[in-house]
Design a binder for this molecule. Structure first.
Ligand SMILES: Nc1ncnc2c1ncn2[C@@H]1O[C@H](COP(=O)(O)OP(=O)(O)OP(=O)(O)O)[C@@H](O)[C@H]1O
Ligand SMILES: [Mg+2]
Length: 272
């Protein structure tokens, strides 16, 4: 289904539409203005979209088109100037700062271009951090973090400091940290921006696996078409608006992973 059809189909009709009540993310008419003295930047100028559970969405568009602003808003790191936002059925506008922080901790994992790992802290301890903040007891913290490192293929690097890891390994630690709390949503802003193409493929392999095996919903900003091709849907921003929104019929597969047809489909209510 092409973008225009998809938008026109609305929420209830059409095989690819996601019913509002089942969508993980519902954004209605986001605007974001940054006021700089006499000057206002209209970073977002009316963005609406729904993202279903276990979707893998690539966000593209020119520099300054509002991609990171959008990610900050759906990550509850900032608030829109106008517009509504529901995550997992919860209306974010109605929450106070503490409740928003709780949503961030429980529902959202973040991965950025610069890996944002603590420098003098081992891979395992970096992964443990969100659990430590959440007050998870030491032993459980360790077990869950070890499992998260194993899931990204880094059990044998648990004791390494970030500067003793390759760029791709550091990003995999960041992914383990983002998902260790059990968040259903992963937001990634140019996670492969600092990586070469082979390493990017490895990192994308981890994300595709998390998406397909665990049903993690992923929203990923990228400038590179060959990275966006891993996603099931590609949304393009321009001048603070969505220019196109299309399903990706020819998803690229990471090296070593079976073709899409052989992968068990995560059945969610939204798609049933
Ligand atoms: N904190 C801020 N204060 C003022 N203006 C901002 C702020 N953050 C972003 N902007 C402006 O809002 C617009 C959108 O910025 P944003 O960072 O969302 O773009 P982007 O699509 O992520 O770009 P890039 O691909 O370069 O990362 C830009 O014109 C930018 O200059
Ligand atoms: Mg950006």
């Amino acid at each position: 289904m092409v973008a225009r059809e998809r938008r026109e189909a609305g929420a209830a009709s059409g095989p690819t539409a996601v019913a509002s009540s089942d969508a993980l993310i519902v954004v209605r008419n986001f605007t974001k203005d940054y006021v700089m003295g006499d000057f206002t930047v209209n970073a977002l100028r009316g963005v609406s979209l729904e993202i279903g559970r276990a979707e893998f969405v690539a966000v593209m568009g020119p520099s300054g088109s509002g991609k990171s602003t959008f990610m900050h808003l759906i990550g509850c790191l900032d608030r829109p100037t106008t517009g509504d936002y529901l995550i997992d059925g919860v209306n974010v506008a109605s929450l106070d700062a503490d409740e928003r922080a709780e949503i961030r901790n429980n529902k959202i994992g973040f991965v950025f271009q610069g890996f944002n790992l603590l420098a003098r802290t081992s891979a395992l301890e970096n992964v443990e951090l969100p659990l430590a903040y959440a007050g998870v007891p030491t032993r459980e913290r360790r077990e869950r973090s070890e499992a998260a490192l194993e899931a990204v293929g880094l059990s044998d690097r648990a004791g390494h400091l970030p500067n003793q890891l390759s760029g791709g390994q550091q990003q995999r630690v960041a992914i383990a940290r983002a998902l260790v709390s059990g968040a259903p949503l992963l937001l990634a802003d140019e996670p492969t921006g600092n990586l070469d193409s082979k390493t990017s493929d490895e990192v994308m392999g981890i994300l595709v696996r998390m998406n397909e095996e665990r049903g993690i919903t992923i929203v990923l900003v990228t400038h590179e078409m060959d990275i966006a091709e891993y996603a099931s849907r590609v949304v393009v921003f321009r001048d603070g608006k969505i220019e196109t929104d299309r399903l990706n019929q020819n998803r690229r597969r990471p090296a070593g992973m079976p073709p899409v047809a052989a992968v068990p489909v995560v059945q969610t209510k939204a798609r049933a």
